[in-house]
Design a protein around this ligand. Structure first.
Ligand SMILES: [Zn+2]
Length: 566
C-alpha cells in the first residue's frame, strides 16, 4: 500500500489534499486577467495551487497543512517596488539614525551636532536633501552652511548638485577663477564669487571622505537589513536600479550565503560619463545580460543616467526653469533648461551595443528634453530591429508630452514611474513651471489611454523608515498618490490623470512583474505562480480613499512561507 501511495504521489495523482498552507475566510484580490476576487488560496512547495471558495480550497487540506483563518482580511499579490537603491539606503543609517532635514534650521542643527563630535578641519556631509522638500523652497548656499560652522568643511548632498561651505571651497582651491569642469558648473553670486553650489562638479572637492568606507561584511549586513525592512512593508520583489558590477557581486554573495530575504532584479548602470570606447568595452566584457539568474536574483536592465534631477533643477527640460528656478535651485541663468549628461550620438551608439548584447534598455530621464532624446535613440534602434520585445522603458519621465507618449506607444515602450513624487515635489515644481506646465507631470491616465505598461517604484535611496525615507518606500503611500494625486499642499493635481485602484495595484504587481520579465511567475495570485502574498489590515478596494495610505501589512508570505508577521 505504501509503495502504491508513493507511486501515485510521484505520478502527481495524489497531489490534492496536501497543501502546505491555506489562507481562507479572506478577500483574495487575485489581479488575474478579470481582476477576480476569491475567498481562499492554497499553497504548496512555494507555488499557488488553488484559489476559489473556502469549500473548494479546503479540498487541498491535508494532515500537515497549516490553515489560517484571515477573518475577512484582504490579500494582495506580493507587492513589487520596481525602483529602489537598497544598499545606499541601508548604509545611510547603518551607523546612526538621520534626523528629518526639512528646513534650514534643521540642516544647521544637524551640522552643529556633527561639528561637536568631529575634529576641526574634518569634513561634515549633510545627508541627501532636496530643496523642493525644504520649507524655504530655496537652494542653500555657502552662507547657509557657514552659519552652522566655519571650522569644518561641509558638503550638502542634493545628489547631482552639492553645496560647499566657505571652508570646503577654500580647502578645495575653488575660487572665482576656477574653470567649470566638463559638463559641470561652479555657480557664482552677483559679484562673481562661487556661492557654494556645484552642479555635477562634486569631483572638485578635495579630501572629502564620504561615509562609504564600510567593510564588506558591513555592506552585506546593511543590504540584508534593508531588504528585510522591505518585506515588513509588504514587498516581495524589488528592482534595484543603479548597480555597478561590484555591487551586483555583493548581491550574489548575499544570496550565496543564504541571506537574500526578498526577490530582486538588478539594473546595471555603468558610468555614462566615461569615454565612449571605454563604455563599449565594458559592455562587451560584462559577463551578464538581462534575464540571467533565477526567480530570487535576476539581472534586469542596462541603464545610463541621461540627465539630472527635477528636485535640484538639473533635469533636462523642454523649456527653461524661469524665475522661480532662480530661488529654488540657485540658478543664475533664467533660460537654463538643465543638464543632459550624454550626447545624443554617444547615447545611441552605447544603447545599440547594449541591445546587441541582449540587454533591456533604460535611461534615467527626468526632464522632457531627456525623454525626447532617449526616444530619438530608441526610434533609431527600432528601425533596425523592433525594440518592443526587449520591454525597454523610460525611467521617471516626470515631464511628459502627448507627442512623447504617442512615440512610446508606437515602438512599444513602458515606463518606470514614481507617482508619489507628485506629493512631495508637486507644490515646488508648480511654482517653477506654473499650473499649465504641470499638465503632463506623471500623466498616468494618459499613459494608460495609450496602453503603456506602468511599473511603479519609490526610488528609495536614503533612510530606513518606510514613511520618512527619501523617498518613502511604503507601497500603500504610492498606491494612494496614484489614485488621489494629492500633493503635500493638499491640492489635487490634474485629477483627470488619476488611476483607478485596480490600475494602481497593477503598477505594483502584474505590470511591474511584466517590466521585469516576471509576469509569468508572479504579479498575480493564480495557480502555478510563485506564492508571494501580502495580507493587509483593511480592504484596499473599498476603504475610504484617504485610508489607502494608512494601510498596513499584517503578514508577508514569500515563496509560500510566512516570512513576516505584524
Ligand atoms: Zn533611482
Amino acid at each position: 500500500m505504501r509503495t502504491l501511495v508513493l507511486l501515485l504521489a510521484a505520478a502527481g495523482l495524489l497531489a490534492a489534499a496536501d497543501a502546505d498552507l491555506i489562507l481562507h475566510n479572506a478577500k483574495i484580490v487575485t489581479v488575474d486577467a478579470r481582476f477576480s476576487v476569491r475567498q481562499a488560496v492554497a499553497v504548496k512547495a512555494g507555488k499557488i495551487v488553488r484559489t476559489g471558495t473556502d469549500r473548494e480550497v479546503m479540498a487541498e487540506r491535508g494532515p500537515r497543512t497549516e490553515v489560517i483563518d484571515l477573518k475577512g482580511r484582504t490579500v494582495l499579490p506580493g507587492l513589487i517596488d520596481a525602483h529602489v537603491h537598497a544598499l545606499e539606503a541601508g548604509l545611510s543609517e547603518f551607523r546612526a539614525p538621520l534626523p528629518p532635514l526639512d528646513s534650514y534650521a534643521a540642516i544647521q542643527a544637524y551640522i552643529r551636532a556633527q561639528a561637536r563630535q568631529t575634529p576641526k578641519g574634518k569634513w561634515i556631509v549633510v545627508p541627501r536633501t532636496f530643496p523642493t522638500r525644504l520649507k524655504e523652497m530655496r537652494m542653500p548656499t555657502r552662507d547657509t552652511l557657514d552659519a552652522a560652522t566655519t571650522d569644518h568643511p561641509v558638503m550638502f548632498d542634493a545628489s547631482y548638485v552639492v553645496i560647499a561651505n566657505s571652508l570646503a571651497l577654500q580647502v578645495s582651491g575653488i575660487t572665482r577663477d576656477t574653470p567649470n569642469p566638463p559638463g559641470g558648473e561652479i555657480v557664482k553670486d552677483a559679484k562673481g564669487e562661487p556661492n557654494g553650489i556645484l552642479k555635477n562638479a562634486q569631483g572638485l572637492l578635495k579630501g572629502l571622505e564620504r561615509a562609504d568606507t564600510f567593510t564588506e561584511p558591513e555592506r552585506l549586513q546593511a543590504l540584508e537589513d534593508q531588504l528585510k525592512r522591505y518585506i515588513a512593508a509588504g514587498l516581495t520583489t524589488v528592482g534595484d536600479r543603479a548597480n555597478t558590477l561590484e555591487q551586483i557581486e555583493l548581491w550574489r554573495k548575499l544570496k550565496a550565503q543564504g541571506r537574500l530575504p526578498i526577490r530582486a532584479v538588478l539594473t546595471w548602470r555603468p558610468d555614462g560619463q566615461r569615454p565612449e570606447a571605454e563604455l563599449l568595452a565594458a559592455i562587451r566584457s560584462a559577463p551578464l545580460k538581462t534575464n540571467d539568474g533565477d526567480d530570487w536574483l535576476r539581472i534586469g536592465t542596462f541603464k545610463l543616467t541621461l540627465d539630472g534631477g527635477m528636485t535640484i533643477g538639473t533635469a533636462f527640460q523642454r523649456y527653461p526653469y524661469g524665475a522661480f528656478g532662480h530661488q529654488l535651485y540657485g540658478k543664475t541663468d533664467a533660460d537654463d533648461r538643465g543638464q543632459l549628461f550624454i550626447a545624443p550620438e554617444k547615447l545611441r551608439t552605447v544603447m545599440e551595443a547594449a541591445r546587441g548584447r541582449g540587454w533591456q534598455l533604460t535611461t534615467h530621464d527626468q526632464g522632457g528634453g531627456a525623454v525626447d532624446t532617449f526616444l530619438d535613440a530608441l526610434e533609431a534602434l527600432d528601425k533596425v530591429t523592433p525594440i518592443a520585445p526587449t520591454r525597454s522603458h523610460l525611467m521617471h519621465a516626470s515631464f511628459q508630452s502627448p507627442e512623447a507618449i504617442a512615440r512610446m506607444k508606437k515602438i512599444g515602450l513602458a515606463a518606470d514611474v514614481q507617482g508619489h513624487w507628485l506629493y512631495y515635489d508637486g507644490p515646488a515644481l508648480e511654482k517653477v513651471f506654473g499650473h499649465e506646465g504641470m499638465r503632463y507631470f506623471y500623466p498616468l491616465r494618459s499613459y494608460r489611454n495609450a496602453g503603456i505598461v506602468l511599473a511603479a517604484g519609490s526610488d528609495h535611496m536614503i533612510g530606513h523608515d518606510k514613511n520618512r525615507a527619501v523617498n518613502p518606500y511604503n507601497p500603500f503611500f504610492s498606491l494612494w498618490v496614484e489614485v488621489a494625486r494629492r500633493t503635500s499642499a493638499g491640492d489635487v493635481l490634474y485629477p483627470e490623470e488619476k488611476l483607478t485602484r485596480e490600475e494602481a495595484l497593477k503598477t505594483h504587481t502584474i505590470w511591474a512583474a511584466w517590466l521585469q520579465f516576471g509576469d509569468r511567475v508572479k504579479g498575480s495570485i493564480e495557480p502555478g505562480k510563485l506564492a508571494d502574498l501580502v495580507v493587509i489590515d483593511r480592504d484596499y478596494l473599498t476603504c475610504p480613499e484617504d485610508e489607502i495610505r494608512a494601510i498596513e501589512p499584517v503578514m508577508t508570505i514569500l515563496d509560500g512561507k510566512v516570512v513576516w508577521r505584524r
